[in-house]
Design a protein around this ligand. Structure first.
Ligand SMILES: NC(=O)C1=CN([C@@H]2O[C@H](COP(=O)(O)OP(=O)(O)OC[C@H]3O[C@@H](n4cnc5c(N)ncnc54)[C@H](O)[C@@H]3O)[C@@H](O)[C@H]2O)C=CC1
Ligand SMILES: O=C(O)C(=O)COP(=O)(O)O
Length: 528
């Protein structure tokens, strides 16, 4: 009997397919604290959540029998995907079912904010008839800036058009043509910030989007801008928002999502110009039914070994082919992650050369994993999975070339990924050493031998005496221990690379210090 735990409130009608399945037992326990969850999760093969349950590494490690985590909704920032992947647990979401509800909530927030409706209502409940205090503004002819033109952003655009708003947007992963088709002028982030009368954000929370609206961005905005966040807390830095409200840059803000939830000690809750809701974007009967049906179906399919489509982190191939390919999959994704982390510019072409015994395999599937690694660096993990990675690359006009070659360079199998951007071209090669796992063996023509895991600092520098020593001193002073080190060069005194495996996360300011060392041209940090 398969046991599934539902730890957040999810529509039971929507879960019917799981509840009715004879071989599945579903336990619904929606008031567990993290300790209680940790103590019982070991009994379950499946866990179904919304945004409330924090599925941390600790919970995942305690889930000794977990096979799948289902997220009845879009955002998976409450789930430690890396830990789930390491433990072979599929994370599956339901990204389509709550789009309209989140979009309508955004519109509700926009309208409430433009006319101060909650504030006026509150005054009236106190028997105060304040007609002069609450003079609003029209949406008509105002510029709406939309950051993130995905499912929700585009639905918001459609409805805002009906209010005769002028639509501008920023999304580095969409095309001008696609934006125009939806009546949106695609602009740079800075242009959107400078021109918007109203601003709404609809991106996932990723390394790139965390605090993408901070003090500097507020300083670019038109005085009197009105702001909505129904996406994720942390895209807008709350402290900076409060400051901008107090300085009069921001006239009003409506916030559904918070950096910490519940945000009971947040000053946003008491600010007279802020309207808040407790993460209600997806809280409609329709959305909850939709996401529950979708996630139940997907999780059931996953457990039954039949095809499913919304896996965030796991392959969806028949098990016999999958077993064959399994050892190559982490290598493929890591090659993609690595190369896209150490290159500058917009990606134009990905060339993948397979050689050795690997050419007999379903390389198309490995290509998708390489593309997934590349694209996830830019688009966030909810957007790209191994099922859709090639479609996403095509959509972004990235040319993908697969080559089967008989040049093995002495390895039994070898995968080389060459990435071309509008600025430069770089390559990385990796192999699977029988019994020893993946290795990176060549970077930009220099031979290396790197175990692709953990925290890696990569440097590009001139091959001169003393540079490596300076790196060591700088890292040592920052309390960062170097565990492994590889240096390579094209010729004596020529261009050289360094790959340092370090024992902890490296902050940006350390990379800034390293690049100041004489004869160093670039530094990068990758977590694999
Ligand atoms: N408040 C709530 O209850 C709900 C919140 N959400 C949240 O709304 C957000 C959007 O959801 P969807 O539209 O379904 O996702 P989506 O994946 O369809 O769209 C996200 C868009 O953001 C873009 N993007 C990624 N990085 C970016 C960057 N650095 N700058 C600008 N754009 C970037 C992507 O290209 C994509 O077009 C997610 O954070 C999701 O978790 C979703 C549903 C309900
Ligand atoms: O789907 C999402 O990303 C949401 O934010 C909805 O969250 P919820 O399921 O209402 O906790």
């Amino acid at each position: 009997m398969i046991k599934i735990l539902v730890s957040d409130p999810i529509s039971e009608v929507g879960l019917k397919s799981l509840l009715d399945a004879e071989d599945i037992q579903v336990d619904i326990k929606t008031d567990l604290n993290s300790q209680e969850l940790k103590s019982i999760i070991g009994e379950y093969q499946g866990l179904l959540v919304r945004s409330q349950t924090k599925v941390t590494k600790e919970i995942i490690e305690a889930g000794k029998h977990l096979l799948v985590i289902g997220r009845a909704g879009v955002g998976v920032d409450n789930i430690d995907i890396k830990a789930a992947t390491e433990h072979g647990i599929a994370v599956i979401n339901a990204p389509d079912g709550n789009t309209i509800s989140a979009c309508e909530h955004t519109l509700a927030m926009l309208l409430s904010m433009s006319r101060w409706i909650p504030q006026a209502h509150n005054d009236l409940t106190q028997k105060q008839w304040n007609r002069k205090k609450y003079v609003g503004v029209e949406l008509n002819n105002k510029v709406l800036g939309i950051i993130g033109l995905g499912r929700i952003g585009l639905e918001v655009a459609k409805r805002a058009k009906a209010f005769n708003m002028i639509l501008i947007g920023y999304d580095p992963f969409t095309t001008e043509e696609q934006a125009q088709k939806n009546g949106i002028q695609l602009k740079s982030l800075e242009e959107v910030l400078r021109q918007a009368d109203f601003l709404t954000v609809h991106t996932p929370l990723t390394k790139e989007t965390k605090y993408m609206i901070d003090d500097k961005q507020f300083s670019l905005m038109k005085k009197g801008i009105r702001i909505v966040n129904c996406a994720r807390g942390g895209i807008i830095r709350e402290e900076a928002l409060i400051k901008a409200l107090n300085e009069g840059i921001v006239e009003a803000a409506t916030i559904d999502v918070f950096e910490k939830e519940p945000p009971l000690d947040s000053p946003l809750l008491d600010h007279p110009k802020v309207i808040t809701t407790p993460h209600l974007g997806a809280s409609t009967k329709e959305a909850q039914l939709n996401v529950a049906i979708d996630v139940a179906k997907e999780v059931y399919h996953y457990l039954a070994g039949v095809p499913y489509k919304n896996a965030i982190n796991m392959p969806s191939l028949p098990s016999d082919i999958l077993n064959h390919l399994k050892p190559y999959i982490p290598l493929a994704e890591k090659l993609g992650t690595f190369i896209s982390s150490v290159i500058m510019g917009g990606i134009q072409k990905v060339e993948i050369i397979y050689s050795g015994d690997i050419i007999e395999e379903e390389i198309d599937y490995l290509t998708r994993n390489i593309l997934k690694g590349i694209l996830r660096q830019h688009m966030g993990i909810t957007e790209v999975n191994d099922v859709n990675a090639d479609v996403m690359a095509k959509r972004r006009n990235i040319e993908v070339v697969e080559i089967r070659s008989n040049k093995t360079h002495g390895f039994t199998n070898l995968i080389t990924v060459k990435l071309t951007t509008n600025i430069e071209e770089k390559s990385i090669s990796g192999t699977l050493l029988n019994g020893y796992g993946p290795r990176f063996v060549n970077f930009n023509g220099s031979t290396i031998d790197v175990i692709p895991e953990g925290h890696l600092i990569i440097t590009e520098h001139i091959d001169k005496p003393g540079i490596i020593g300076k790196f060591g001193t700088l890292l040592g002073n920052a309390g960062i221990n170097i565990g492994t080190m590889q240096v390579g060069r094209n010729k004596v005194g020529g261009t050289a690379i360094g790959i340092f495996g370090v024992d902890k996360e490296v902050e940006d300011h350390i990379l800034d210090e390293l690049i100041k060392v004489e004869n160093v041209s670039n530094t990068y940090y990758v977590e694999l």
